[in-house]
Design a protein around this ligand. Structure first.
Ligand SMILES: [Cu+2]
Length: 157
């Protein structure tokens, strides 16, 4: 946690859940995954289509987030997973139950989180696998720091 806080001083946002493909502060603006290989499968997180969590750390007082997914078989075809999220407040933030497409059950995918920051678009991704079964339990590190909030808004693109 100390390490994360130290890094947060210069970072924009860091995906915490599911496990990120990687974070590079300097190159977070490089699409589609902040300079990391979108098809890397080193750390794959199961994503029940009934719902799973997205958690991140942000240093921006207000930013709109996009949550997109692609199938591993078509890694350039990003599909919105949700409406856009208008998030306020600095620190950790969690959306605990985001469902995915029922017909993607059993398929390998990629989660992409885009932050529309004052410095431009910033990217983080995670390797995921869409699964059946009940909603995922919210990871203990996925919570909302005091003063954070968010509302779902329409797509602006
Ligand atoms: Cu920033």
């Amino acid at each position: 946690m100390l390490l994360l806080c130290a890094r947060l001083a210069t970072s924009h946002f860091v995906l915490l859940d599911p496990v990120s493909l990687g974070f590079d502060d300097e190159n977070e603006g490089v699409a589609p995954c902040g300079s990391f290989n979108a098809t890397d499968r080193t750390n794959v997180t199961n994503w029940p289509v009934k719902g799973a969590a997205i958690g991140f750390l942000t240093t921006h007082t207000n930013a709109v987030f996009e949550f997109n997914t692609a199938l591993l078989s078509t890694p350039n075809n990003w599909v919105p997973l949700t409406k856009d999220l208008n998030q306020t407040g600095v620190g950790q933030f969690c959306e605990p139950q985001i469902p995915a497409r029922e017909d993607w059950k059993g398929k390998n995918g990629i989660l992409q989180v885009i932050q529309h920051s004052p410095e431009g678009l910033l990217y983080q991704c995670a390797a995921i696998k869409f699964t059946g079964g009940p909603k995922a339990a919210t990871p203990s590190a996925c919570f909302n720091d005091t003063g954070t909030a968010a509302i779902w808004v329409g797509h602006h693109h």
